[in-house]
Design a protein around this ligand. Structure first.
Ligand code: GLA
Length: 404
């Protein structure tokens, strides 16, 4: 009797939410969308962004599965109003943020916004520290569906507490929002953020280069394979509704076609959130072809939600493997060389796969698989034969294997 009473009380007061404060069911597969930062930084305004929203739809991005339109840093006025509310920059958003959110929603998309756990955002706009519940209520009133929450100007505050507070504030505001943690992996969010948010950055910022680092003075941005190589030991912490985020896409922002294709393929192998970061109004057909390749996207969005892993490296070629539903597998070969092409002669039968994390064990000596090439629809084959191909510098070949 007493026990029943307490259970009823917990349900009524919502204290059972202490253990699972985030909204569930919002990111069963990695979130897909567009974010303003990689191309525009803080140079955004409503007129330009409306064109971007239109291009999002007309280019086929929405139909390919992209859903969120996210404003990154720079949308705010420099000061809160006299009630302490954040204000959209009146020059950039003359009709206010609710009007822009309505425009995004009217196109069948979801709307995302950015702020920071510190006193200021990374670009120096008002941060949320001390205003968590008030800001969450404001976002809910605007119809925000996704919040990216950064980590600048945080002094010595505790990351887990700061992100938990914002997560609870979103829950209390009552509107379901995907919560994207952006503290660059500094405090190992994969160990504690599963119930706090839906995705967490694992590294510092990406730049549109295939490898190395780019110095920005006090910090360095990271190339695609630099980030790739940092993902190794944390794949067991990702899964439906809680994803490792190796940062937004740089496809269409200056790398070669092969590099863009490799970047996109590998992010899909990692079950990464797919946030396009290019100017959707000016996409080339090649860029659009990469971002909207549904067969490759399906690997990212696979319902098992298992992050892929680097199986081996052979003569400068990475071999990545990702278990998929129904016992299928994605395999991606990447030529790491920036200058030399590389021949592949891959004998499946000498490359059994034993993945303790997903429990996938395959001996191609006893079970044959057929495969299709996800970038080159004309190519198919089976694992009884040696797989032969040649990869140009920084090129990938990505295969989907199914049991015969
Ligand atoms: C940080 C984040 C970026 C971007 C900028 C905005 O660097 O990691 O993704 O949001 O701040 O100022």
């Amino acid at each position: 009797m007493k026990k029943g009473f307490y259970i009823l009380l917990m349900m009524l007061t919502g204290s059972h939410l202490l253990f699972a404060q985030k909204f569930e069911g919002l990111a069963q597969t990695p979130p897909m969308g567009f974010n303003t930062w990689n191309t525009f930084q803080t140079n955004i305004n409503e007129a330009m962004l409306k064109n971007m929203v239109d291009a999002y739809v007309s280019s086929g991005m929405r139909d390919a599965g992209y859903q969120y339109f996210v404003l990154d840093d720079g949308w705010m006025a420099m000061e809160r109003d006299h009630d302490g509310n954040l204000v959209a920059d009146p020059k950039k958003f003359p009709y206010g943020m609710k009007a822009f959110a309505d425009y995004v929603h009217a196109k069948g998309l979801k709307f995302g916004i950015y702020n920071c756990a510190g006193t200021l955002t990374c670009a120096g706009y008002p941060g949320t520290r001390g205003y968590e519940y008030q800001d969450a209520r404001l976002y809910a009133s605007w119809g925000v569906d996704y919040l990216k929450y950064d980590w600048c100007y945080t002094d010595s505050i505790n990351a887990r507490e700061a992100y938990t507070t914002m997560s609870k504030a979103i829950k209390a505001a009552g509107r379901p929002m995907v919560f994207s943690l952006c503290e660059w992996g500094n405090h190992q969010p994969w160990l504690w953020a599963k119930n706090v948010g839906h995705l967490w950055r694992t590294t510092g910022d990406i730049f549109a280069g295939f490898d190395g680092k780019k110095s920005n003075g006090s910090w360095s941005a990271l190339g695609v394979t630099t980030i790739l190589d940092m993902q190794g030991k944390i794949r067991q912490y990702a899964g439906p509704s809680h994803w490792n985020d190796p940062d937004m896409l740089e496809v269409g922002n200056g790398m070669s076609y092969d590099e863009d294709k490799a970047h996109f393929s590998l992010w899909c192998m990692l079950a990464a959130p797919l946030m396009a970061g290019n100017d959707l109004r000016k996409m080339t057909a090649q860029t659009r072809g990469i971002l909207t390749n549904k067969a490759v996207i399906a690997v990212d969005q696979d319902a098992l939600g298992i992050e892929g892993f680097k199986y081996t490296e052979l003569n400068g070629v990475d071999v990545w493997v990702k278990p998929l539903v129904n016992g299928d597998i994605a395999v991606c070969f990447l030529n790491r060389s920036a200058t030399a092409s590389q021949a592949i002669n891959y004998d499946w039968k000498t490359h059994a796969i034993n993945d303790t994390i997903s429990g996938m064990h395959i001996d191609f000596g006893t079970v044959a698989y057929t495969f299709t090439d996800l970038w080159n629809k004309g190519r198919s084959g089976n694992t009884n034969a040696i797989f032969k191909t040649t990869l140009s510098a920084h090129e990938v070949v990505m295969l989907k294997l199914s049991k015969k």
